[in-house]
Design a protein around this ligand. Sequence first.
Ligand SMILES: N[C@@H](CCC(=O)N[C@@H](CS)C(=O)NCC(=O)O)C(=O)O
Length: 218
Amino acid sequence: MITLHHVPGSRSMRVLWLLEELGLEFTLRNWSLTDGGLRSSEFRALSPAGRVPVLEIDNRAIFESGAIVEYLCETHPAAGLAPAIGAPERAEFLEWVHFAETQANIVQNLNIQHIFLRPESARSLPLMKLDTKRLALTMQALEAQLDGREWLIGSFSAADCMLGFNIDAMFRFVRAEGFPNITAYRERIRSRPAYEVALKKGGGDSIYAQDFYELPDA
Ligand SMILES: N[C@@H](CCC(=O)N[C@@H](CS)C(=O)NCC(=O)O)C(=O)O
């Protein structure tokens, strides 16, 4: 019995998508970012920092999306969604699994500044500018990695589930012009049946009310 603790549209989408790619049966338990549930003792017993995702599997609960993704790949090697431990290609796979989280943290800062912080006077324009530049740098790195590749490490892997989650959000803060490889990659992701099923099961409303968030005037 596998249970994914999930918030629609959050990093738990990575795990939801991977579970679908692996064809595993699981139960979804939905939580909210705003009703205090993630701070409850019940949830903190599963995730000490009160964050999703958490995956209950094999008689334990695993937190941190990257750890869950690596664990699922290691315990389902026949699916071929990660190079084997010790294989030469493994390092590149791990780089992109963890790069995805570096990038997601920058996106999260921008979400806080542009969307969640109220009143608007509480925002920091220097931080917003800095994080927009840092996000653009990660996108340049991604654009270069995808040059001549359909997927991050060549063939589809769980690193794509980690990073694919970021794409919709990154284009809210940095315009897509100049990133043709990422734009085409997004289309390839959207055309994966498992991704489509994952979105249907766990998508929910987006936090974004606008297609694009300009930096406020200085
Ligand atoms: N590095 C963690 C980050 C998890 C994380 O920050 N999740 C967000 C949702 S995307 C969350 O649960 N936020 C709740 C909070 O900060 O209170 C991972 O990849 O699992």
